[in-house]
Write a protein that binds this ligand. Structure first.
Ligand code: SF4
Ligand code: SF4
Length: 362
């Protein structure tokens, strides 16, 4: 990775009077000036120019970022802080100064995806295919929840008139976000190359994971991999087919927790909200939606700083209480998991689980 590619962004942030500080969920949760977007970028600039030598303590603030993009959204210069910080993580890995909690991550990633792929073969038989017009890619967070969770998701597709859509047999069942966020770029290059090759068997891939969609649409091209497959979030396909189902509305006020990679990065805002709105009496937004509103699950912060991730999620749960919501709905499996951990009695559902409960075939 070449940090000099980020010289302009790093210079701009270093001399900025921290105009985006209020947007950063990590700075908010930790209440520490060292982890504001401006301070993290200034540290990275010092590492780039050699003012600071790379070391594990010096690089540690690079990991204090969920990748949410809230700072970028508020910045008049549109500086992409998260991409710079994640490149800084890659430089730290190259300099053997990466975060200790992520040291064995590639080995754990490859071992986990091997296990999950074997499980999918067992659970699905010939519905696990390497070619199809349209295929489904479940989120790894829901795959980890077991066969029942996957069957519920497939039942939603069936209720929306897509009973035979297979699950995509991809070599890693994941586009490699953990490798991207941890800075393990050599391993990510392998995953991106093999996944792009395998994607040629599908015309359209609908994923339940916003991070996978974002990796395939935005990050892979930056790595020189350009899948020809149309990659969509599953909510885009389902929202187009809302007319095929009758949905039972729950008599409840629900808060829609936007996922940063879905709403802010991919600008997929309307389809998940239309689907959720069809399942509940009232769907409301958090007061911080559009400003910060991050669940705390991204950027591997739950691994590098579990207290920060928990603090961020707890703020979102508190917002849902203040909004009088009896349920939190999110279209991101990672956000669901982060919020459910912090819920303390609050109900949290993924969009697909909400739809599974509400769907009745016409
Ligand atoms: S992202 Fe923009 S507002 Fe935030 S520190 Fe950098 S230049 Fe300033
Ligand atoms: S991307 Fe989000 S978490 Fe990262 S520095 Fe910006 S506001 Fe903070």
């Amino acid at each position: 990775v070449n940090l000099h590619d980020f010289a302009r962004s790093l210079g701009t942030c270093t001399y900025c009077p921290s105009m985006c500080r209020h947007t950063c969920p990590v700075a908010d949760a930790e209440a520490r000036e060292a982890v504001t977007p401006q301070a993290k970028m200034a540290t990275l600039e010092s590492l780039r120019t050699g003012r600071f030598a790379f070391s594990t303590p010096a690089a540690s603030v690079l990991y204090a970022c969920n990748g949410c993009g809230a700072c970028t959204q508020s910045c008049v210069h549109g500086i992409d802080v998260a991409t710079a910080l994640f490149a800084g993580r890659a430089a730290a890995v190259e300099q053997r100064s990466g975060h200790p909690a992520l040291a064995g991550l590639p080995a754990r990633f490859f071992s986990r995806v091997r296990t999950r792929r074997a499980r999918l073969e067992t659970w699905l038989g010939d519905r696990f295919r390497d070619r199809a017009e349209l295929a489904f890619l479940p989120g790894c967070a829901s795959l980890g929840a077991g066969a029942a969770s996957l069957r519920r998701e497939l039942a939603v597709l069936a209720a929306f008139g897509l009973p035979d859509v297979p699950v995509a047999d991809l070599p890693f069942c994941c586009a490699g976000y953990p490798l991207w966020a941890s800075g393990h770029r050599v391993e990510l290059a392998r995953v991106a190359a093999e996944t792009t090759c395998a994607l040629s068997g599908f015309s359209t891939l609908a994923s339940a994971c916003p991070a996978c969609v974002w990796m395939l649409r935005k990050v892979y091209p930056s790595l020189g991999e350009r899948p020809a497959t149309r990659v969509v979030h599953v909510s885009e396909i389902l929202a187009e087919r809302l007319f095929t189902v009758r949905l039972r509305r729950r008599p409840i006020r629900a808060l829609y927790q936007d996922a940063c990679y879905l709403g802010r990065h991919l600008e997929i805002r309307d389809p998940p909200r239309r689907l959720a709105s069809a399942c509940v009496e009232a769907l409301v937004e958090a007061p911080t939606a559009g400003v910060s509103g991050c669940s705390g699950g991204g950027g591997l912060v739950p691994l590098t700083s579990p207290e920060t991730a928990a603090g961020t999620a707890a703020r979102r749960v508190e917002e849902s209480r203040q909004a009088g919501a009896g349920l939190i709905v999110t279209a991101c499996p990672t956000a669901r998991r982060a919020l459910a951990k912090a819920a303390r009695g609050a109900r949290v559902l993924s969009l697909l689980d909400l739809l599974a409960g509400a769907a009745r075939t016409v």
